[in-house]
Design a binder for this molecule. Structure first.
Ligand code: FA5
Length: 350
C-alpha cells in the first residue's frame, strides 16, 4: 500500500481512538472526508499519476475512505450511547411522573376498630383467633345449646346453603372449636382459656340505619376456675373505656341467649344523638352493642370442659356498630357502601 495512504490511515485512526465527543468527531470527519479534507486531497492529487498508478492508488484511497467512514459511524454510535447513558445516570432514582400526593389507601373504619380491640384484648392476655364464614348447623346452633327446631333459631334469619351448611350468623359459631382447642391446656396445665375471634356475620335482615345483612362481630370467651360476672364486667368496662377514651353511658340488662346463663344485653347510650333518640338507635337512645353472659354448662360440656369444675363468660361485640359509634357514622349502611372518599377519612390516631 502507498506510504502516504498508510500514514494518513494511521493518523486518522489515532485521532479517532482519542475522540471523546460528537463535536470533536464531526471535526475529524470534515478534516478527513470534507471537500478540503485529507482523504479528498489524496484523490485530487491523482491527476499527475499515470493511468496504471491512478487505478491502483485510486482503489487504495477509496478503501481508506470506506474504512474512515465506517470507523467514524461506529464511533458516533458509541458516543451517542455514552451520552444517553450519562443522562440516565444523572437522573434521580425516583419516578418523577408519579403524582406528588399519591393515594396510599386507608384502613376501613371496621378494620381500625377491630385492630384496636385486638390490641386491647391481647394486652390482657387473650389470643386472637380466625374462623370460617361458612359453618355447620352444629357449630352455629347445636353446640350452642340450640337444638334443631328450637325457637331461638328464629332470632336470626340465617342463610342456609343447599349442602346444609350456613353462612355464619354469629361469631358464637366458633365457641365450640375454641373450647376444644384450648380446653386440654386448661385442664392439664391450668392455663385459662382467653380468646377473641372477630368475624363477618350474615343475616337476612331488613336493613336500616343500625341493621345490615353483612356485619362484623367480635366474640370473646374466658374460662377458668371461679370466673364470675365480675370478671365479665371488668373486661367489658376496660374494653369500652380504651376504645372510646371518654366517659360513655352503658347499661346492662337481662338478655336471653340459650348459650349463656345468666345472659345480658350490654347497651351503649347512642353517641350520635347523645341518648335523645334518632334513626341510628331506632329512636330509643340506646344501641345494643355487646350481649354477653356466663357460658351455659351444656356449652362447656359440649366443648369437653367439666362445668362442675370450670366456669366462663362469653360476649358477642357488635364491631360494625362499635365503628359507627366511635367514628360518628349515622347510618350503618355507609360502612358497606364502598364510597372510598367517605371511608378513608378515619384514622386510628387518637
Ligand atoms: C348474638 O349474635 C350472640 N351470638 C351474642 C352473644 C355472644 C351473646 C356470646 C352471649 C354470649 P345478637 O344477635 O344480639 O347476639 O348480636 C350481637 C351484636 O351484634 C348486637 O348487639 C349488635 O351489636 C350486632 N348485630 C346484630 N345484628 C346486627 C345487624 N343486623 N347489623 C349490625 N350489627 C348487628
Amino acid at each position: 500500500m502507498n506510504e502516504k495512504i498508510i500514514a494518513l490511515q494511521n493518523e486518522i485512526t489515532e485521532k479517532l481512538s482519542q475522540v471523546t465527543d460528537l463535536v470533536e468527531l464531526e471535526n475529524i470527519r470534515v478534516s478527513a472526508l470534507g471537500k478540503k479534507g485529507s482523504v479528498t486531497a489524496l484523490l485530487k492529487g491523482m491527476k499527475d499519476l499515470s493511468v496504471e498508478e491512478k487505478k491502483s492508488f485510486g482503489a487504495q484511497v477509496n478503501s481508506l475512505k470506506e474504512l474512515v467512514t465506517e470507523l467514524i459511524d461506529s464511533k458516533a454510535k458509541y458516543l451517542k450511547e455514552q451520552e444517553i447513558q450519562k443522562e440516565i445516570d444523572s437522573m434521580p432514582l425516583i419516578d418523577i411522573t408519579t403524582p406528588a400526593t399519591p393515594d396510599l389507601g386507608s384502613y376501613h373504619p371496621i378494620t381500625l376498630v377491630q385492630r384496636q380491640c385486638e390490641t386491647i384484648f391481647k394486652s390482657m392476655g387473650f389470643n386472637v383467633e380466625d374462623y370460617a364464614e361458612v359453618v355447620t348447623d352444629y357449630e352455629c346452633f347445636e353446640s350452642l345449646n340450640i337444638p334443631k327446631h328450637h325457637p331461638a333459631r328464629d332470632m336470626q334469619d340465617t342463610y342456609y346453603l343447599e349442602n346444609g351448611q350456613l353462612l355464619k350468623s354469629q361469631t358464637s359459631a366458633a365457641q365450640n372449636a375454641i373450647l376444644k382447642k384450648y380446653g386440654k391446656n386448661l385442664m392439664e396445665n391450668g392455663v385459662p382459656i382467653k380468646a377473641i375471634f372477630p368475624g363477618r356475620c350474615f343475616r337476612n335482615e331488613a336493613t336500616d340505619a343500625c341493621h345490615e345483612n353483612t356485619f362484623f362481630q367480635m366474640e370473646g370467651v374466658m374460662v377458668d376456675k371461679d370466673i364470675s360476672i365480675s370478671n365479665l364486667i371488668f373486661f367489658m368496662k376496660t374494653m369500652l373505656s380504651e376504645v372510646f377514651r371518654k366517659d360513655i353511658k352503658v347499661r346492662l340488662r337481662p338478655g336471653f341467649f340459650p348459650f349463656v346463663e345468666p345472659g345480658f344485653e350490654l347497651d351503649i347510650s347512642c353517641l350520635i344523638c347523645g341518648g335523645e333518640g334518632c334513626p341510628s338507635c331506632k329512636h330509643s337512645g340506646w344501641l345494643e352493642l355487646c350481649p354477653c353472659g356466663m357460658i351455659h354448662p351444656n356449652v362447656l360440656s359440649e366443648g369437653g370442659i367439666d362445668p362442675e369444675e370450670y366456669t366462663g363468660f362469653a360476649f358477642g361485640l357488635g364491631l360494625t356498630r362499635l365503628a359507627m359509634m366511635k367514628y360518628g357514622v349515622k347510618d350503618i349502611r355507609d360502612l358497606n357502601s364502598g364510597r372510598l372518599k367517605a371511608l378513608s377519612q378515619f384514622t386510628d390516631d387518637e
